[in-house]
Design a protein around this ligand. Structure first.
Ligand code: HEM
Length: 528
């Protein structure tokens, strides 16, 4: 399809039909952006799945009483044959993601083997949805919310009276985290629900930018592709569309930042670090937490002995990242649209100056972890975590990037190159679009700065406080020693020494600072 062709997108909110350059509904992108159009199912309708529902409903109690693993062993191995519509598959993914992480991290030591009661259906469900078999941003946040204010399922409502779906209400404002509640948590705390719901509200807030930025990229690329002299009304009109879109982007990123600030209202840093975060951990780079080989996904009862070297039953060792907001498609969309480029840490092009893959590298293969070595090309965090997004969202990002390479940065640079000073033509429009672009990239970089400060409050500072809990979990495991002499790394040293890492072994602060700096960098246009 050429850039000038358009397809329609039926925006069910308000019933209006917008003309957009890409068919968003083919990418499971809705009027709520990467969130589903309707609130997620609160219960699988087929009573066959009752045993899963019962267990996930009582998850915090089962974890607190240390009975979760026994209860999982008593589950029947359920087939996915009775899942029909997409919301049911997503609901199953939410349930199994919570059960899997609760099973692995809900004991005195980490469980090296995931039993077939979880593994078999989880593999089938995640194959269907195109995600790895692990809790992801999608299963923890995008598909795990309900409307608190209109819901009949209050905390005191027994689960057997819970209706199978939330009440759809098109006027509901998903951008208000006060109106939302997580369907499931590990800890049963309001802190954990708030942590997920702030993210949902941000996704809803950012949803409006998807059509706006697509139209702007479309306008600039279409103007460029028209074989006409630079200083035309087409180019001027395109510059005006882009300026407006960038203005909206700046305002929206400001609102995203204000939502991020609201995290502190109900999610306490010590609760996050010591109680919630341990359950979000994955199985990659988790040697210190007792998972040197990752987790064995047993596909038969015999396979359960594999971790102890007892049997050669069916199954597979997997090393996967844990759930992280870093898997948000919205932020990656903003990067693509603004032309922000992230270089894999440790690759030779790295702006942080590293050469080749290093021990602090966040490079890895999405399925196996630890890549970027042994001659394999370096894969950066952002590229890697695309493998943790639902398949249609990943495809959407890839298609947008392929269709508009370099995004608005490239589009604006080309306008400036073609119609810049001394070439006549687009004077004020050019100045306006250049400034709008620079303001928008600065807003995104400042958003990342805010996020950095949040990581300091929620991870760095609590990591320096003594953990009195006896579980082996990410809170303790992530503080493992990492050889590093850089000044930045020293800032991140926790109480016992060493460098803090993210959910997939990321050298945390250097990585986040590099990501922020690359965002600022995009604002330094090649043509001024
Ligand atoms: C208590 C709140 C939060 C903490 C402690 C936190 C922590 C982290 C950590 C440790 C990473 C490094 C990568 C990883 O380990 O997966 C990360 C990355 C990231 N986080 Fe957060 N995060 C928080 C909230 C959020 C929210 C609400 C968003 C909403 C979009 C977000 C977006 C991102 C993004 C996009 C990345 C990837 C790096 C980038 O592109 O800038 N985070 N975060």
């Amino acid at each position: 399809m050429s850039p000038s062709e358009t397809l329609t997108f039926n925006n069910s909110r308000g019933g209006s039909t917008e003309v957009l350059p890409m068919p968003l509904n083919e990418y499971a992108v809705t009027s709520n952006g990467f969130l589903p159009e309707e609130p997620p199912l609160r219960k699988l309708p087929n009573p066959y799945y009752g045993p899963w529902e019962l267990l996930v409903e009582s998850l915090p109690n089962a974890l607190a009483s240390r009975t979760l693993r026994d209860q999982v062993h008593q589950l029947p191995i359920l087939s996915t044959d009775r899942l029909t519509a997409e919301p049911e598959w997503r609901r199953a993914c939410v349930i199994l993601g919570f059960l899997a992480h609760a099973y692995i991290w809900g004991g005195d030591t980490a469980a090296e083997t995931l039993p077939p009661q979880i593994t078999l259906p989880f593999l089938a469900v995640t194959t269907h949805l195109g995600t790895p078999p692990v809790a992801t941003f999608a299963s923890l946040s995008l598909w795990n919310f309900e409307i608190a204010s209109t819901s009949t399922n209050t905390a005191s409502t027994p689960s057997n009276t819970t209706p199978s779906t939330s009440v759809p209400d098109r006027d509901l404002d998903l951008t208000d985290p006060d109106a939302l509640r997580a369907l499931h948590t590990f800890t049963g705390t309001a802190d954990e629900s708030w942590f997920y719901m702030v993210s949902v509200a941000m996704e809803a807030e950012g949803a409006r930018l998807l059509p706006v930025l697509l139209r702007a990229m479309h306008a600039l690329f279409a103007a460029r592709d028209q074989d006409v002299p630079p200083a035309t009304t087409t180019a001027a009109a395109a510059a005006a569309v882009a300026s407006r879109a960038l203005g909206e982007t700046t305002a929206c990123i400001g609102r995203l930042g204000r939502l991020l600030d609201r995290m502190d209202e109900r999610c306490r840093p010590d609760v996050f670090y010591h109680q919630i975060r341990p359950f979000l951990a994955g199985s990659k780079n988790m040697e210190a937490a007792g998972l040197p080989r990752g987790v064995f996904y047993a596909e038969s009862a015999e396979g359960e002995g594999e971790a102890e070297g007892k049997a050669n039953g069916k199954g597979e060792w997997r090393q996967l990242r844990g759930g992280s907001n870093g898997q948000s498609s919205l932020v990656q969309f903003l990067d693509i649209a603004l032309g922000v480029e992230h270089i894999a840490m440790g690759s030779s092009n790295s702006s942080s100056g590293g050469g080749g893959s290093s021990s602090n590298s966040i490079n890895s293969d999405p399925k196996e972890g630890g890549g970027g070595q042994g001659g394999k090309p370096a894969v950066g965090f952002h590229e890697e975590v695309r493998g943790y997004m639902p398949e249609p969202h990943r495809r959407f990002l890839e298609d947008v990037a392929a269709r508009y390479p370099g995004g608005l940065r490239k589009g604006v640079e080309e306008l400036l190159a073609a119609g810049g000073e001394g070439k006549g033509g687009l004077g004020p429009e050019l100045t306006e679009v250049r400034e709008a672009f620079q303001t928008a990239t600065r807003a995104l970089a400042e958003f990342r700065n805010k996020h950095l400060q949040m990581v300091t409050r929620y991870i760095i500072i609590p990591s320096r406080q003594q953990n009195t809990r006896r579980e082996v979990n990410l809170a303790t495991a992530s503080s493992k020693l990492r050889a590093s002499s850089s000044a930045e790394a020293k800032e991140t040293v926790p109480a016992g020494g060493g460098e803090l890492t993210g959910t997939g072994g990321t050298a945390l602060m250097p990585f986040l600072k590099q990501t922020r700096d690359e965002t600022f960098q995009a604002g330094r246009l090649e043509y001024r």
